[in-house]
Write a protein that binds this ligand. Structure first.
Ligand code: G3P
Length: 217
């Protein structure tokens, strides 16, 4: 499973990228707002740092305007994936932009039918939002499983990009189901390293090493 990092925080992206943990980046208007940066500037910086796909989202809601914004965003760098919402207008924009050879990430997906439409419209990525479904007591992982089954039934090449990931368990669950990509905030990716038994075991090793006076360099 590829790891995308869901942030516009350059320092956080750099830290994970240096560790080989970043196969791509996703942003959205809320994350751009949080960064306090200009969208074109910060997106360019991210694209300079990361070689994989960098999703940048349109803000228009009407197809022609989305297409114009998508073309502008795609001028930033070769690795831009234009992100459009899963509305009828968004699907029109997806079809036009993907026919032009651009990567398109269709976002705000909450049903298998929406994912089927995005694949038909030529989406490179479909972004089902797990956490926001879980918030409503609907199992977000079931949606990932349904989309996996449907795409595999018909050989759709659209990649399933599990999004709205809130916990480390979401990452392993998405990987078990076979999501192609998971995008998560930096803190969730780092939390994947945590285990209480690792901490406990390490504390014992540190103590024993000190007691025994073990020195290596
Ligand atoms: O990847 C989509 C993400 O940015 C939304 O996450 O936690 O706001 O539902 P969340």
């Amino acid at each position: 499973m590829k790891f995308f990092v869901d942030t516009a925080d350059i320092d956080a992206i750099r830290e994970l990228n240096d560790l080989g943990m970043v196969d791509g980046v996703t942003t959205n208007p809320s994350l751009i707002k949080k960064s306090g940066r200009d969208i074109l500037e910060v997106t360019k910086e991210i694209c300079d740092l990361v070689s994989g796909p960098v999703s940048a989202e349109v803000v228009a809601t009407e197809a022609d305007a989305m297409i114009a914004e998508g073309r502008r965003l795609a001028e930033i760098a070769e690795n831009i994936a234009v992100k459009v919402p899963l509305t009828w207008d968004g699907l029109k924009a997806c079809k036009t932009l993907s026919d032009e050879g651009r990567m398109v990430n269709v976002t705000l997906c909450f049903s298998a039918n929406q994912a089927l439409l995005a694949a038909k419209a030529g989406a490179t990525f479909i972004s089902p939002f797990i956490g926001r479904l879980d918030d409503l007591n609907i199992d977000g992982m079931e949606l990932i499983a349904d989309i996996r089954e449907i795409y595999d039934n018909y050989g759709f090449e659209t990649q399933i990009l599990a999004a709205s990931i809130r916990t480390a368990n979401h990452m392993s669950d998405a990987a078990k189901i076979g999501a192609d990509v998971a995008t998560a905030p930096p803190a969730v990716i780092k939390a994947m390293a945590n285990h209480v038994l690792t901490d406990k075991g390490l504390a014992q090793f540190v103590k024993d090493a000190a007691d025994a006076g073990i020195k290596i360099v």
